[in-house]
Design a protein around this ligand. Structure first.
Ligand code: ATP
Length: 227
């Protein structure tokens, strides 16, 4: 069930010199949701994830459970409950899946909740790319974050691997995990997210359910590059 607001992004801006990468962005994430963050290349998605997790300075307010975290360094935001995966996945190939997951925290029950308990004793070197990417998510979830920020978990996966990953992420959500997801795989985002935020040129141009987003002319325009 969807619960209270966990994350509030309020008038957030990020500039790199003359480039405004994120411009007055605002949205909420509620407990129990998977929220997708999409937009064309250069829209500001990674920059916004960096701003939320503390890897890039931002103006505006970012609150986690009502408490301002915008001034905190990344490790203190992590301690406050923000988990984050990165695009470059680094598993320890010589360790098992369970051991890799324990690097991130002690909640090893996460493998069962993701439906991959059968992989626990498999060496990471034996995993498929999709399995590797899910294990990197599991490692973050093992730290029991209030909110998990997932950066392109389906990058490089074919459509059947991506569907498999999506089913596992839905299972995580159904077990109570809240996620903010950036991905270029529209089939994945539209099929698993409860709500979607669309960025274009640093601005939030739409928010809504997958159906709202599919039928939004501004979103279609942003992707097709028409004004
Ligand atoms: P992609 O889908 O291609 O990953 P994105 O939506 O994640 O794109 P960002 O990578 O956040 O977009 O980039 C947003 C804007 O900020 C772009 O114009 C980009 O060129 C610029 N930008 C990003 N990082 C930096 C940086 N470190 N220095 C200068 N400009 C940057």
């Amino acid at each position: 069930a969807i619960g209270e607001v966990i994350l509030e992004v309020d008038r957030v801006g990020v500039r790199y010199g003359a480039v405004t990468a994120v411009d007055d962005a605002g949205f909420d994430v509620r407990e129990g949701e998977i929220v997708g963050l999409i937009g064309p290349n250069g829209a500001g998605k990674t920059t916004l994830m960096d701003a939320i997790s503390g890897f890039t300075p931002a103006t505006g307010d970012i609150r986690l459970d009502g408490i301002g975290i915008g001034g905190l360094p990344p490790h203190r935001r992590a301690r406050a409950g923000l988990g984050r995966t990165f695009q470059d996945i680094e598993l320890y190939d010589e360790l098992t899946v369970a051991e890799n997951v324990m690097v991130g925290g002690s909640d090893t029950g996460v493998l069962a909740r993701l439906g991959i308990a059968d992989l626990a004793q498999v060496p990471a070197s034996d995993l498929s790319q999709g399995q590797r990417q899910l294990v990197s998510v599991a490692r973050i979830l093992a730290g029991a974050p209030r909110l998990a920020l997932l950066d392109e978990p389906a990058a490089g996966l074919d459509s059947s691997e991506s569907r498999w990953l999506g089913e596992r992420l839905r299972a995580a959500r159904d077990s109570g995990v809240t996620m903010l997801l950036v991905d270029h795989d529209m089939d994945l985002v539209l099929s698993i997210c409860d709500r979607i935020i669309v960025l274009d040129l640093g601005k939030v141009i739409a928010t809504g359910t997958p159906d709202d987003i599919r039928n939004n002319p501004a979103v279609v325009g942003a992707y097709l590059g028409t004004p």
